[in-house]
Design a protein around this ligand. Structure first.
Ligand SMILES: C[S@@+](CC[C@H](N)C(=O)[O-])C[C@H]1O[C@@H](n2cnc3c(N)ncnc32)[C@H](O)[C@@H]1O
Length: 233
């Protein structure tokens, strides 16, 4: 999707896109941030593809200087408005596949949530490399990636057919008229390994069934999830 498509989606974003920082009911993300000491000491924060500023809104007050980038001007305008009570926020229009030089080695924590979903695998690897450059050496990175296993489980449930067996670590999935790359846990890990990251971990961040359009949670089924990929530069 191009920046102007995201501009158009921006106003309806709250309704159209699952906000994982709000929907993370089991508080997997908060626990990880706390356990790494990232919510103390005014750490520097960079959010690449920040959208309407959901991460800053939820966790921003625990950090010091913080910059959110996005290629969509409209997303940035909404983010700035929503986060006006959050101190030390800076906003910059930039493509995730080309980090502005001033943001190199910038952050103690880089967040990149539901952005590295490009159809082109080369674009994903490029965005990944650029994201890594935004972290200080030894700094942390937190990625949220759409989970292919979760998608396949939901499709199987809805269709009544068995879960498909896949050979590939990633796949292109159509969601709400958007083609996006989804990752298996192994695919997420490979992305980080290829970018030269260390201390790589992949864990589930569950979100409610209602975000998959199911009003009533199916009995005995694990809720859907995104992958949280964390690593150190
Ligand atoms: C699904 S939204 C996620 C927003 C936010 N990170 C979150 O998790 O709430 C994807 C965001 O990435 C931005 N985006 C997509 N492709 C991009 C690119 N090539 N460069 C910069 N931003 C991009 C979109 O404009 C949108 O704001």
């Amino acid at each position: 999707m191009k920046a102007r498509d995201w501009d158009q989606l921006a106003a309806a974003y709250d309704d159209e896109v699952c906000d994982i920082f709000v929907r993370d009911r089991k508080k997997v993300i908060a626990r990880w941030l706390r356990a790494r000491g990232l919510l103390r000491g005014n750490k520097t924060l960079l959010d690449l593809g920040c959208g309407i500023g959901s991460f800053f809104q939820r966790y921003g007050r625990h950090f010091g200087e913080k910059t959110g980038t996005d290629h969509s001007r409209r997303m940035l305008q909404i983010a700035a408005r929503r986060c006006r009570a959050v101190p030390a926020c800076h906003w910059q229009q930039a493509d995730a596949r080309g980090l502005p030089p001033a943001l190199r080695d910038y952050a103690d924590l880089v967040v990149c949530s539901n952005v590295i979903t490009f159809v082109s695998a080369a674009a994903c690897h490029r965005a990944m490399r650029e994201t890594v450059r935004g972290a200080k050496p030894g700094g942390w990175l937190l990625f949220i990636l759409p989970a292919l296993e979760s998608h396949d489980a939901v499709v199987a449930l809805e269709s009544g057919r068995p879960i498909v067996r896949r050979k590939s670590a990633t796949a292109i999935v159509r969601r709400d008229d958007r083609m996006q790359r989804f990752y298996t846990a192994a695919g997420a890990r490979q992305l980080a390994t290829r970018a030269g990251l260390k201390s790589i971990a992949v864990q589930k961040v569950w979100y409610p069934w209602s975000d998959e359009g199911l009003a009533r949670p199916p009995r005995g089924q694990e809720p859907p999830w995104d992958w949280m990929l964390t690593a150190r530069r």
